[in-house]
Design a protein around this ligand. Structure first.
Ligand code: ZN
Length: 298
């Protein structure tokens, strides 16, 4: 495979284990670890900050802003802002009229903390919607790296969505960037088909496994004559050793095993290995902002 292809590493900066804990160990310790890996490997990434994470950890937001990497936004409180793919306890999707005002505040908090106004976005859990993409357009965003390919399975390369249905092509100015998934395997997880998804197999199975998925996706795209962007989503908390369960106040949360498996050293080693192989294969690492600029010139 000699063709160059683009790679977008999106880092979703949120509380430990996503929605289910109120802790920030990953934000404080994991972001510097990732910045160090990216600097040593001479690649760049986009860090999507939850507004509250930036507000409470402005030194971390500034650290990213000062680096070669991009500061993006990942909602206000990691709430469900798009269409939910499966229900989660205690978190209902925002009402349509709540979306834009909350994204506006999130944008302001990230800007205030980092000194950079974000133009790149990703929805929590990859749960996007037409209302979200339209709000992002009104707020001046240029890309949304949300589309979960494993679930919708319609758009394979970055595209400008319709203002009436974000999963179809249209005239929106916000470039939608799909998160790659395995489109060649047989899914045993009907109808959601989450087993096609990439995450978090770089650490639960390993870099070699995910590289094979990348190669099969590149081949799949070559056959369709479409331009692949290998878009990943990872989180700072994966790069510190996570506890198996978390107690706070009224409950102990014990995530599924795959959520915390091999977090810490294994995750660091496998991410580093994955980046090295992607570079050898011709991977050209870009930020989301740069990818939006490239697609706007086409
Ligand atoms: Zn998230």
């Amino acid at each position: 495979m000699n063709n160059k292809f683009k790679v977008l590493i999106g880092v979703d900066v949120e509380t430990d284990v996503g929605s289910f804990t109120p802790f920030y160990e990953g934000v404080k310790k994991g972001v510097p670890i990732l910045l160090d890996i990216f600097e040593k490997e001479n690649v760049k990434a986009t860090f999507y900050f939850v507004g509250e994470m930036a507000k409470l950890n402005p030194e971390i937001a500034k650290l990213v802003a000062k680096s070669n990497n991009e500061v993006g936004c990942h909602s206000l409180y990691h709430e469900t802002i798009g269409d939910e793919i499966f229900p989660i306890p205690g978190i209902k999707p925002l009402l349509p009229h709540e979306i834009e005002p909350r994204l506006k505040i999130a944008t302001e908090w990230v800007e205030k903390a980092s000194g950079v106004r974000p133009v790149s976005f990703r929805c929590p859990r990859l749960w996007g919607s037409t209302s979200v993409v339209n709000a992002l357009e009104n707020l001046g965003y240029t890309s949304d790296a949300t589309y979960p390919l494993y679930f919708y399975r319609k758009q394979f390369e970055p595209y400008f969505p319709s203002r009436n249905d974000w999963t179809e092509k249209g005239d929106s100015k916000v470039l939608e960037i799909p998160n790659f998934a395995d489109m060649t395997m047989k899914s045993n997880d009907s109808p959601i088909e989450r087993d096609r998804d990439q995450w978090p197999q770089f650490r639960t199975i390993g870099a070699d496994f995910i590289i094979n998925k990348v190669k099969s996706f590149l081949e799949f795209m070559e056959n369709k004559s479409e331009q692949p962007v290998i878009c990943f989503y990872i989180h700072p908390w994966e790069f510190i050793s996570c506890k198996k369960s978390f107690y706070f106040g009224e409950a102990t949360v014990t995530p599924d095993e795959f959520i915390t498996k091999n977090t810490g050293k294994v995750a660091i080693d496998e991410l580093r290995k994955m980046i090295k192989i992607l570079k050898e294969l011709g991977g050209d690492f870009k930020t989301a902002k740069e990818i939006a600029e490239i697609w706007n010139r086409k």
